[in-house]
Design a protein around this ligand. Structure first.
Ligand SMILES: C[S@@+](CC[C@H](N)C(=O)[O-])C[C@H]1O[C@@H](n2cnc3c(N)ncnc32)[C@H](O)[C@@H]1O
Length: 301
């Protein structure tokens, strides 16, 4: 194994932005902060709440919650990556927030060290997409919530969008170099087979079903679909250093592995001008799900 932080840490802090600080700032401002704010708005936080953020990553939702909850609120950061939990602990220490934080190393579908009915709110963003047994995760969320507790989730719905552009690679029209794109896509497909991998084997209706089957008394789902016939222009080196998710190679590594040097040069000759000019398409389907656990009759509002 290579030294250094694990793949989740590397991807979240670096690879997803192609190592580009300006791109990071822009994605935070235009996408990640608005999603965080929506997840927290929908969670309806109350003063003194304890919030459990599952798959907390570098703490996007968790630190936002600490700020909103004020001095009496507590946040449990949970993840399968010890490196990311260590990162969050350091950040919490630096901000003087440590006494309101707990850190739990656990997968979303087996939160053994979080007691039954011990938290007011469960949040998660872009985590269930990596979990094979999503139904078990929803059951865990239900188990750890107190009566009247709320779950607020956000997940991309890849299954809704990925089959729509067969002639596109990473959002760019590759019709003239289709055979080369197929070779690179075959490499990705061998790692994450379409329809079978947890990232693409579910849609928003499955999330609703899992929440209901877990026992939640109230479930709401909002699906937001966005289609743009352009993409953010990117530097070629930045594009090559990026991957769509933490479990697959960067575009640069995949091109080098799947194509001969001559083929890679031909592929780059077509793709590079499109990447640098933003000539592409962006399609996204995003689901916000909120679920409320029933309260004893006397305690209902
Ligand atoms: C795309 S990141 C999202 C991080 C964070 N929620 C955010 O909003 O920025 C996915 C996170 O899920 C974590 N993760 C992956 N598989 C998981 C699992 N089975 N259970 C819990 N967390 C998981 C990863 O370590 C990573 O921190």
């Amino acid at each position: 194994m290579a030294d250094g932080p694990d793949r989740w840490h590397q991807w979240l802090l670096n690879v997803r932005f192609g190592g580009d600080a300006a791109s990071r700032e822009k994605q935070l401002r235009t996408f990640l902060y608005p999603v965080r704010d929506t997840v927290l708005d929908k969670a309806q936080l109350g003063p003194g709440d304890t919030l459990l953020d599952i798959g907390t990553g570098d703490g996007l939702i968790a630190f936002g919650a600490l700020e909103r909850l004020g001095s009496s609120g507590r946040v449990i950061f949970s993840d399968i990556s010890q490196d990311l939990l260590d990162h969050c602990r350091q950040a919490a220490t630096a901000e003087g927030l440590l006494d309101r934080c707990r850190f739990v190393l656990a997968p979303a579908d087996a939160l053994a060290s979080v007691a039954d009915e011990s938290v007011d709110v469960v949040t998660t963003r872009s985590v269930l997409i990596y979990v094979a047994d999503k139904a078990a995760a929803l059951r865990e969320f239900y188990r750890v919530l107190k009566p009247a507790g709320r779950a607020s989730l956000f997940e991309p719905i890849n299954a809704a969008m990925s089959p729509l552009d067969p002639d596109f690679f990473a959002g760019y029209d590759v019709t003239p170099v289709r055979a080369l794109a197929d070779k690179v896509e075959a490499l990705y497909e061998s790692i994450q087979p379409r329809g079978k991998d947890p990232m693409g084997d579910f849609d928003e209706r499955d999330l609703v079903r899992h929440a209901l089957e877990a026992g939640f008394a109230e479930v709401n789902l909002e699906l937001r679909v966005s289609v743009k016939n352009h993409k953010e222009p990117a530097r070629w080196e930045q594009f090559l250093s990026t991957s769509g998710n933490p479990l697959i190679p960067t575009f640069g590594a995949a091109i080098d592995a799947a194509l001969s040097p001559r083929e890679a040069a031909e592929f780059a000759g077509h793709l590079r001008p499109l990447v640098e000019s933003g000539t592409g398409r962006e399609r996204m389907a995003l689901a916000y799900l909120t679920a409320v656990k029933d309260a004893p009759p006397g305690a209902r509002a």
